[in-house]
Design a binder for this molecule. Sequence first.
Ligand SMILES: Nc1nc2c(ncn2[C@@H]2O[C@H](COP(=O)(O)OP(=O)(O)OP(=O)(O)O)[C@@H](O)[C@H]2O)c(=O)[nH]1
Ligand SMILES: [Mg+2]
Length: 203
Amino acid sequence: MKHKRPPPPRLVQTSYLPEQIPQLRGPAVLLLGRSNAGKSSLLNVLLKMDLAKVSKSPGKTRSVNFYRWGDKLTLVDVPGYGFALRSLEERRSWRELMESFFEKVPAASLSLLLLDAKRDPESEELALIEALCERGFPVELLLTKADRLLQAERERRRRAMLVWSAEPGREIPLTWRFVSAKTGEGIDELSRRLLKYAQAFPL
Ligand SMILES: Nc1nc2c(ncn2[C@@H]2O[C@H](COP(=O)(O)OP(=O)(O)OP(=O)(O)O)[C@@H](O)[C@H]2O)c(=O)[nH]1
Ligand SMILES: [Mg+2]
């Protein structure tokens, strides 16, 4: 019997406006985080295809982009927040886009919050984690660009994360891992995690 090959990953929808956001069904993984955190780069290494645009200057991704990976998993590359140079008007549009987005994604979507491994979590990250947890979204942290950490920095970050992820008041300690789109660190484990999530998703 012939083994059916999964279809290649592909971009299925690009939404610039709230009314363009599709109603998602099935398992979805959301890539969230500050501009320049490395969301689009991570997506490309996960999919093993350069489908998403990457840039040195923050604010590259302006639309919500939906990618189909395999038979049923959707990966969503979300435009980053905190890009200081954006105008008030642009920030308002971004907020409206995000509100519409979170109304439409299934609550069991897995949120991956990306944070540059060199940076401490800031108020935006804390607020986002709280908002996601309140809405019942499972959240996991990815510390990106781990290739840029010296051994001592990595150790310091690891210790800080152990304390921070299990802070009093946080009901469940946050899961976190180092990843690098450049060296591939953590990518196979992350892939397996996402496939497991997709398989366990209630139909
Ligand atoms: N050294 C290193 N650089 C990385 C890594 N991942 C991303 N970068 C760089 O970081 C910059 C931003 O990457 P993007 O993937 O465009 O970031 P983004 O989060 O999608 O940014 P927005 O679209 O603005 O929200 C680019 O210059 C990437 O080459 C990594 O793992 N290691
Ligand atoms: Mg991007």
